[in-house]
Design a protein around this ligand. Structure first.
Ligand code: 5AD
Ligand code: SF4
Length: 444
């Protein structure tokens, strides 16, 4: 391990999902609270936090190769902390195999990063992968320096136990953060410049809480309460589980204008046999019926999903059921993955694994169908006038980048600034973005 020193600069490298992005921001705030500063782009950092993901593929191998590559210009190693889900799942092995790592900290324990840092400054290596329910959030510093689109983790963990998934093991059981803490954090985000908040959770719509009067608040109740913050313009959420969709949530899409017309609702497969083997607790048909209800409440809603191809035993006909489901839904956007056996999950012991070439071929066919629909969705948006929340500058002078209500990336040139909610006519569509014409500079 490197010589014990007090690190002055840090870099947090996030992998995986948006919950890791949120955790990475919170770790950066903890480090900033200790007087450390973020290392500038291209500059060495004294401390590097690898905030890892364990969901697919050879995640741990990637972490080891990243650790190997982390070297400062003078050839020395920075102080290295491994955080996130690989840290949770394989912390001990990391400590044994990678002497360059000083700290291993799990996703439920990173509020104690400063304690680990104090030990590291004395030359001690330390691991913290405890899972204390809810303690973390109470001990994090106040939010600061927020861009116009912010993340807010409201729920963590998963009780669904899909047979392929590590999340119930790495992130633990489902817990909801208290209502009053979430309102306070959202207020703070808005005071610091957020105009859009994406509520995050592994099963975000399983969130439940209580208001100050002790009355139960459901997920859509939380959305409706946050929508009352005057300077908050937009609310999004991800990722939802079909099982936790309520009538109230569907109704909120029709009733609450600040709730954006976008839904990410993973289905994983279009085959009922595969869905049962995955322990998904819905069928292809019940999923399609749910989407119809969202579309009835909000006809322009953009739909998104996740898919796994090559789950053990998946036949060609079962895969074709997935293609048929995609054809039927016409997703605005979707994510597809090759099945990856995760150690410790029930599916890892299943027989009839699918050959790599078959998985590759299925993934290609599925992605072609998804790309076709994504382009068609973008093309169908051309000519619409919508609000675009400006998130950053574009590549060219006077160019701005932002998001449409349907989460499309939109670029345009004109008189605007970061954080503006501009009115734009969508002019040209590509598979991944659209160009727009600025109609009204700013409404915020
Ligand atoms: N193999 C492949 N994809 C997976 N996902 C989760 N676990 C696995 C796995 N073992 C995908 C699912 C999930 C998304 C976050 O990652 O599609 O919705
Ligand atoms: Fe990856 Fe899941 Fe952990 Fe997110 S919660 S970082 S997707 S393993």
């Amino acid at each position: 391990m490197p010589n014990p020193t007090t690190p002055k600069t840090y870099r947090v490298k996030n992998f995986g999902c948006q919950m890791n992005v949120y955790d990475g921001e919170r770790m950066a705030e903890l480090l900033a609270d200790r007087g450390m500063t973020a290392a500038a782009e291209g500059q060495d950092a004294d401390l590097v936090v690898l905030n890892t993901c364990h969901i697919r593929e050879k995640a741990a191998e990637k972490v080891y190769s990243d650790i190997g590559r982390l070297t400062k210009v003078d050839g020395s190693k920075p102080l290295i902390a491994v955080a996130g889900c690989v840290a949770q799942a394989e912390g001990e092995e990391i400590m044994a195999r990678a002497p360059a790592v000083s700290m291993v900290v799990g996703p439920q324990a990173y509020h104690r990063l400063p304690v680990l840092l104090d030990k590291a400054a004395k030359g001690e290596r330390a691991t913290d992968t405890d899972m204390p329910a809810n303690a973390k959030f109470d001990q994090l510093p106040q939010r600061r320096r927020i861009g116009p689109a912010a993340f807010l983790t409201i729920q963590e963990g998963c009780d669904k136990f899909c047979t392929y998934c590590v999340v119930p093991y790495t992130r633990g059981a489902e817990i909801s953060r208290p209502f009053k803490d979430l309102v306070a954090e959202a207020e703070r985000l808005v005071e610091n410049g957020a105009r859009e908040i994406t509520l995050l959770g592994q099963n975000v719509n399983a969130w439940s809480g209580e208001n100050a009067a002790g009355q139960a608040v459901s997920f859509d109740g939380l959305i409706r309460s946050l929508a009352k913050l005057p300077d908050l313009q937009r609310i999004r959420y991800t990722t939802s589980h079909p099982m936790d969709v309520t009538d109230g949530l569907i109704a909120a899409h029709g009733e609450e204008p600040k709730l954006m017309p976008y839904l990410h609702l993973p289905v994983q497969s279009g085959s009922d046999r595969v869905l049962r083997a995955m322990n998904r607790s819905h069928t292809a048909d019940s999923y399609l019926k749910l989407l119809e209800r969202f579309r009835a409440a909000r006809p322009d809603i953009a739909l998104s999903g996740d898919f796994i191809v090559g789950f053990p035993g998946e036949t060609e006909a079962e895969f074709e059921d997935t293609l048929s489901l995609v054809d039927e839904v016409r997703y605005a956007q979707a994510y597809s993955f090759k099945y990856s056996a995760r150690p410790g999950t029930p599916a890892a012991d299943m027989e009839d694994t699918i050959a790599a070439e078959v998985m590759d071929e299925r993934l290609q066919r599925l992605q072609a169908a998804i790309n076709r629909d994504q382009l068609a969705f973008n093309q169908a948006s051309v000519g619409k006038t919508c609000e675009v929340l400006v998130e950053r500058k574009g590549k060219y002078p006077g160019q701005w980048l932002g998001k449409s209500p349907w989460l499309q990336s939109v670029h345009f040139t004109g008189d605007a600034g970061i954080g503006d909610l501009t009115t734009v006519e969508l002019a040209e569509a590509g598979p991944n973005s659209l160009s727009g014409r600025l109609l009204v500079p700013a409404t915020v």
